[in-house]
Design a protein around this ligand. Structure first.
Ligand SMILES: Nc1ncnc2c1ncn2[C@@H]1O[C@H](COP(=O)(O)OP(=O)(O)OP(=O)(O)O)[C@@H](O)[C@H]1O
Ligand SMILES: Nc1nc2c(c(=O)[nH]1)N=C(CO)CN2
Length: 161
């Protein structure tokens, strides 16, 4: 069965734009029915207290027939392929892929919580998500549009359209 999913992409080490380009190709390979879309790439200041380079962020959307855990495994494999090493919480990374939404499902498992717990507060997730799904209604029944403020848009710098 085809399910519409959204994946947040972030990188701030080792040529982040190239990391996103490679990740986008890998994610595209998970899509079915020719449904793959990706937002603009945005530059953003690091969230959190760790001193680290600015991030490049984007969001991809596509239909998949993978089950949620299978999709998480595939995302973690792509992170691994691109040299992701888990060190500090909210620390720098070559590639971070977060599963934001899996259809309208709520998932609460030890390895996977969907919708992603931080997505409603993060400008670098909401603004790119609105590029590719402007009319999206979240599983909690909130419209994506209502979560995005002018201040959030001001936090981001569009790098590549
Ligand atoms: N929706 C999700 N997408 C990706 N990973 C998730 C999700 N829900 C739970 N996880 C789990 O979170 C673990 C840690 O993720 P990660 O190291 O990327 O966190 P982080 O990027 O540092 O912080 P944050 O989760 O706040 O973005 C992963 O091993 C994964 O099993
Ligand atoms: N701007 C921005 N800041 C972050 C990001 C990110 O993707 N973008 N990811 C983090 C680790 O999950 C920590 N901080």
């Amino acid at each position: 069965m085809a399910v519409q999913v959204y994946v947040a992409i972030g990188a701030n080490l080792a040529e982040p734009i190239q990391q996103l380009d490679v990740a986008v190709l890998a994610l595209k390979a998970l899509a079915i029915n020719n449904t793959f879309t990706v937002s603009a790439y945005y530059g953003s200041k690091p969230m959190g207290d760790v001193i680290q380079p600015d991030y490049v962020n984007a969001v991809a959307g596509f239909q998949t027939s993978l089950k949620p855990i299978e999709l998480l495994d595939a995302l973690q494999e792509i992170e691994h392929q691109q040299g992701r090493v888990r060190l500090e919480h909210w620390g720098p990374r070559t590639l971070d892929l977060d599963l934001l939404l899996y259809g309208q499902q709520h998932i609460n498992e030890s390895r996977l919580c969907v919708p992603h717990y931080g997505m409603k507060q993060r400008s670098f997730v909401l603004v790119p998500l609105a590029d590719i799904a402007p009319a999206l209604i979240l599983p909690c029944n909130t419209s994506l549009e209502s979560l995005i403020s002018v201040a959030m848009r001001d936090e981001l710098q569009k790098l590549i359209d």
